[in-house]
Design a protein around this ligand. Structure first.
Ligand SMILES: Nc1ncnc2c1ncn2[C@@H]1O[C@H](COP(=O)(O)OP(=O)(O)O)[C@@H](O)[C@H]1O
Ligand code: SF4
Ligand SMILES: [Mg+2]
Length: 348
């Protein structure tokens, strides 16, 4: 088997229909030695009409990544290209909201909706710009959209506080798609919902993606949600991607010890769990990330080289699925795969 080292964490190689291309993205908060590199040289590819899941522990930079794509977090370095059918656009703060190319669905629907307004108005708001229509027609369109997310007309005049969490999240989804923005950033959209409601909202999101030809970046700290909705997945640790690939491939054959540890923690989906190491310790301080491989302080396979050299992105080309690549950055992924890596009780 041969492996290929690539400069970017590109899952797609030459993508025939890209919707989003992020290169070398850095989002820095603060200045000097206490600056936090919340996102530190991240590459992202999403093909039109697909869902890219991003998984990682809290504090790994997932929200910052999608906020930067939406124009809600500052881009310190790198490029973000949103590719529309008519050309290439770069988002700035103006790209969110009215008439924009990107919409966001947040974890907490209470914050996303105006508590004082009936929900139909929140849904209608992004529809308005440039449309010369009567308020009556606007309301009718909003009610129709609420119907598409499974909410009856009796809901339209309610305030968000008089609804269940699941209903509120459906309203925010209706609001997000009302703008007709083709790219939707979903930041833990089901994390605040009761487990019994999560599957329904995930299915709704997936149905809307197909029907309205949307493209999603879907963030979660929960591997089960990612497995349900994503086509591809990127695993993020301390501001960087450590593994990307088609979701089934990564779930069945995770190659990075961090991915393995995340999967090991989910009994329902873990594969070959006996050979995976548990995740121990805390995510390090983002102001002082470890040298070389950032995971080394928690990795039981870490060797001297892991402290000295950042591992390169390598394509696992024996497992390309429909032209989509499985890529990881670990000095010892082959040895770990073959059960030949040195296992240390205590990491460096
Ligand atoms: N507005 C901000 N100002 C300063 N630091 C921030 C800000 N937003 C996030 N961070 C920091 O950036 C890092 C990544 O945070 P975040 O993107 O929220 O991660 P996640 O969504 O994966 O939990 C964390 O260390 C967090 O404390
Ligand atoms: S073996 Fe080294 S490079 Fe691989 S994850 Fe562990 S510390 Fe990082
Ligand atoms: Mg977050």
């Amino acid at each position: 088997m041969t492996t290929q080292t690539i400069p970017t964490f590109s899952i797609t190689g030459a993508d025939p229909s890209p919707a989003l291309r992020v290169r070398n993205l850095v989002v820095r908060y603060g200045r000097g030695k206490d600056a936090i590199h919340a996102v530190d040289r991240v590459d992202v590819d999403v093909s039109r009409g697909r869902t890219l899941g991003i998984i990682g522990e809290s504090g790994s930079g997932k929200s910052t990544l999608v906020k930067a794509i939406s124009g809600l977090a500052p881009v310190s370095e790198g490029t973000i290209e949103i590719i529309s059918n008519s050309g290439t656009l770069r988002p700035a703060s103006s790209s969110i909201g009215r008439g924009g190319q990107v919409q966001m669905i947040f974890q907490d629907p209470v914050l996303a909706l105006n508590a004082l307004r009936p929900v139909w108005q929140s849904v209608a708001e992004p529809m308005e710009p440039g449309r010369l229509i009567t308020p009556r027609r606007l309301r009718a369109d909003a009610v129709e959209l609420l119907g598409q997310v499974g909410l009856g007309p009796e809901i339209a005049d309610r305030r968000p506080t008089h609804m269940s969490g699941g209903q509120r999240q459906r309203v925010t989804i209706a609001r997000a798609v009302a703008s007709r923005a083709p790219l939707v950033m979903c930041d833990e959209p089901v994390a605040a919902l009761d487990i019994s409601l999560q599957a329904g909202v995930l299915k709704l999101l997936d149905d809307l993606r197909t029907k309205l030809k949307l493209t999603y970046v879907f963030i979660s700290h929960d591997m089960t949600s990612i497995a349900r909705i994503a086509h591809d997945v990127g695993v993020m640790y301390l501001g960087q991607l450590v593994e990307v690939g088609p979701v089934n491939e990564v779930l069945k054959r995770p190659r990075h010890p961090y991915t393995q540890a995340l999967i090991r923690a989910v009994p329902r989906i873990r594969a070959n769990a006996a050979r995976m190491v548990p995740l121990e310790g805390e995510i390090p301080d983002a102001r002082r990330p470890p040298s070389g491989c950032r995971f080394r302080t928690r990795c039981p396979f870490a060797q001297e080289i892991c402290a000295q050299e950042k591992p390169q992105n390598e394509v696992l080309d024996d497992r390309t699925v429909d032209g989509r690549r499985h890529v990881t950055a670990c000095h010892f992924w082959r040895e770990i795969r073959d059960g030949k890596a040195n296992y240390r009780e205590e990491s460096l």
